[in-house]
Design a protein around this ligand. Structure first.
Ligand code: KG4
Ligand code: ZN
Length: 353
């Protein structure tokens, strides 16, 4: 079968076409096309995503990406053709005006092609992204679950236990800002540009001696017994640090690499400690990483040191993409989770079924 998936939850418009084949031991996936149009340049002057601008861009981009995807995937007659095919679409969590553009577009396509519409949770896409290695990959039926995933994105920071396909338990989550959000806000304070994650990791560099010891930042909740996170205090600590340095007439520009470094280390330390705690408590068979912040090299490095078998998504699948929505969509399709009229749900959560 073939699945065409659409993703418009935030500031990337994405359409992918995957060929999917069931085998005796699992499922073979082949990414025939993976189209992404990034809106970073449009939102950058505002220092964050502007929902109505995102909506406008998605509406503009969707037909262009569809044309490209159908051409690249070489679909017969430029459409899904078989009864066993499906259209998948992200219906949450995310920005509702943005989500609606994808849903409306997907509904029209599914109707026109007479195939089922499968609504997908964006976060389950990020969970499946760690299982996608290269453009042709297999996901076996046995040996993966229970799987622990650290999801770190612009909107979410969660430790999720996947007991079986589509059966999730949130073990811990952020009580305030998401890790990516903290990267974005701190980058704005340091005037490093948007998005903040790549900008911070690019300049981050430890200083030796001197002021370096004074720039120690807190690791919020690192020793708390639960598996929750909190990043807003860390962001505030950076704000106070900058004010303090300014009062002392210290040149902040010179210290930016060290502040960025210490901030990044603080985030990574907390994420690692909580992931270790979660593995001790839940003894998963597989450990995985997902979400935009999964592109962070320090995080990948430290996780790989602690968990040599960890599944790290390829960098092209860490940010928002529609290929991961297609994979999650396939498993929803097999459980006949169709809905021809899904509603955009900004605060959608992962659930047990
Ligand atoms: O998953 P994603 O593309 O969108 C959401 O679902 O939110 O994640 C975007 C987030 C942004 O906050 C961005 O700053 C962060 O991922 N990010 C990074 C890196 N690359 C992207 N954070 C840290 N280091 C990076 N290299
Ligand atoms: Zn995402």
């Amino acid at each position: 079968m073939k699945i065409l998936a659409i993703e418009t939850s935030c500031d990337e418009t994405a359409i992918a076409v995957l060929k999917v084949q069931k085998t005796k031991i699992g499922v073979d996936f082949d990414i025939l096309s993976n189209q992404i149009a990034s809106q970073i340049k449009i939102h950058a002057p505002f220092g964050g995503v502007v929902p109505n601008l995102a909506k406008r861009e998605h509406i503009k981009n969707l037909p262009i990406l569809l044309k490209r995807a159908l051409k690249e995937a070489k679909l017969p007659n430029g459409s899904l053709a078989s009864k066993s095919d499906a259209v998948a679409v992200t219906y949450g969590p995310g920005l509702e005006p943005a989500l609606w553009t994808g849903i409306t577009f997907a509904k029209k396509l599914a109707k026109k092609w007479r195939v089922p519409l499968v609504p997908v949770n964006h976060l389950e896409g990020h969970i499946y992204s760690a299982l996608m290695q290269r453009s042709k990959f297999k996901i076996q039926n046995k040996g993966i679950f229970p799987m622990l995933t650290l999801i770190v994105s612009g909107g979410h920071t969660e430790l999720v236990l996947t007991k079986n396909h589509l059966r999730y338990k949130i073990l811990g989550e952020t009580l305030d800002d998401a890790a990516g959000e903290a990267f974005d806000k701190v980058a704005r304070m340091l005037e490093l540009g948007y998005p903040g994650g790549p900008a911070i990791s690019k300049v981050a560099k430890p200083l030796s001696g001197g002021l370096a010891t004074k720039l120690k930042l807190p690791r919020p909740m690192i020793n708390s017994k639960d598996l929750n996170f909190s990043f807003s205090g860390l962001k505030t600590a950076v704000l106070y640090l900058l004010r303090d340095l300014e009062k002392q007439k210290i040149d902040i520009a010179k210290l930016k690499p060290e502040i960025a470094h210490e901030f990044q280390e603080a985030v990574v330390d907390v994420l690692i400690r909580k992931t270790i705690k979660a593995t001790e408590q839940h003894k998963p068979r597989t450990i995985a990483l997902g979400g935009g912040v999964a592109a962070n090299d320090r995080l990948r490095e430290e996780l790989a040191k602690k968990f040599p078998d960890i599944l790290l998504p390829e960098k092209r699948f860490t940010g928002d993409n529609a290929a991961m929505i297609a994979v999650a969509g396939y498993y929803r399709f097999t459980k006949r989770k169709f809905d021809n009229n899904p509603k955009a749900t900004g605060n959608l959560r992962l659930s047990k079924s």
